[in-house]
Write a new protein. Structure first.
Ligand SMILES: NC(=O)c1ccc[n+]([C@@H]2O[C@H](COP(=O)([O-])OP(=O)(O)OC[C@H]3O[C@@H](n4cnc5c(N)ncnc54)[C@H](OP(=O)(O)O)[C@@H]3O)[C@@H](O)[C@H]2O)c1
Length: 290
């Protein structure tokens, strides 16, 4: 039996979908949790903020995916130190151990390593984050690049039917309540199943040829739309009164909202035939499930 793939952050949206995708492919998976009461043989306890170590795992990993994070920009802004422990220090501890043992690692990152001023960012452009979250991810990326066997996957907004924001919007609209989506915050949405497929593909390549599969991968939707535009689309899809959608500017302190979140995704397309999806069908598929 080959060594299992360890998904750090088995309770995250992406981690959950990735773990089940890998299991469906017949891959053995250990999906970690930081919830002590949920820890079990296949759910080893691992908290990125509490000196995480591969020694705590019940088996030697064949590969590691770091999907756990403080992934909300406002949460990083509110607690820069606490979130850095999870987004920077913890992943780098694991990566350093992994590199020393020759275990490949895939780190999930974000379009927020860029400033959002231009679309279609290339993976070789210098990072220029303007948020605490983006700076943390960029710092982790920079340190990972000096270690062997490391891959980074930058993603734009990932959505799934269980997405709390979309579910809340649908609930409010169905109840005839107004909602206030951001008029100046943009996303290029990606379906979570596609991300699970891409991660699985990258992990496969990392196992075969870590040197060639390492470095930066990117995937985004094909174009940006505002959260307000997405909310209007949802109202149309569920037959709600569009007057209930009342856009407001985003409040982000001194972090300017990104005008563009799209990423050049040529490497994923060439390697796996996974191209940038158009946002409309991506949103419609998720809205059909909320
Ligand atoms: N979702 C997106 O739109 C998006 C876009 C670009 C990049 N990404 C990146 O993709 C990855 C997955 O994102 P996601 O949206 O799936 O995440 P998510 O649903 O927000 O989940 C984050 C997970 O991290 C866990 N976590 C938080 N602090 C932790 C700690 N100290 N130790 C261990 N686990 C901890 C949380 O555990 P609990 O469940 O127990 O709280 C939660 O399950 C993240 O790296 C994120 O930055 C996401």
């Amino acid at each position: 039996m080959p060594d299992p793939i360890v998904v750090v952050g088995g309770d995250s949206m992406v981690g959950r979908h990735l773990a089940s995708h890998l299991r469906m492919q017949g891959t053995e998976v250990l999906a970690t949790t930081r919830r002590r009461e949920q820890a079990a043989a296949e759910r080893p306890w691992l908290d990125l903020a509490e000196s995480p170590s591969l020694d705590r795992l019940p088996a030697n990993p064949g590969a590691i995916v770091v999907a756990a994070a403080v992934a909300r920009m406002a949460a990083c802004r509110a607690d820069p130190e606490g979130s850095a422990a999870v987004n920077v220090t913890g992943p780098l501890r694991l990566a350093t151990e992994a590199a020393a043992r020759g275990i490949p690692l895939l780190f999930l990152s974000t379009d927020k390593v860029f400033d959002g001023a231009r679309p279609d960012r290339r993976s070789d452009e210098p990072c220029c984050p303007v948020s605490v979250y983006g700076r943390q991810k960029a710092a982790t990326e920079a340190a990972l690049r000096s270690l062997p066997g490391m891959a980074i996957l930058r993603l734009s907004r990932v959505i799934a039917p269980e997405d709390a924001l979309m579910a809340t919007w649908a609930e409010q609209l169905r109840a005839g309540q107004p909602l206030a989506p951001f008029s100046d915050l943009r996303m290029a949405p990606l379906p979570v199943d596609l991300i699970a497929r891409l991660c699985a593909g990258i992990l496969g390549r990392l196992a075969d040829d870590p040197d060639r599969a390492g470095g930066v991968w990117q995937l985004s939707g094909s174009r940006d739309l505002t959260y307000a535009e997405a909310a209007f689309r949802l109202a149309g899809q569920i037959g709600a009164d569009p007057a209930l959608v009342r856009p407001v500017p985003g409040v982000a302190g001194d972090e300017p909202p990104a005008r563009f979140t799209t990423l050049d995704s040529g490497r994923a397309e060439r390697s796996f035939g996974i191209g940038r999806p158009d946002p409309d069908p991506v949103l419609d598929a998720v809205f059909a499930g909320v």
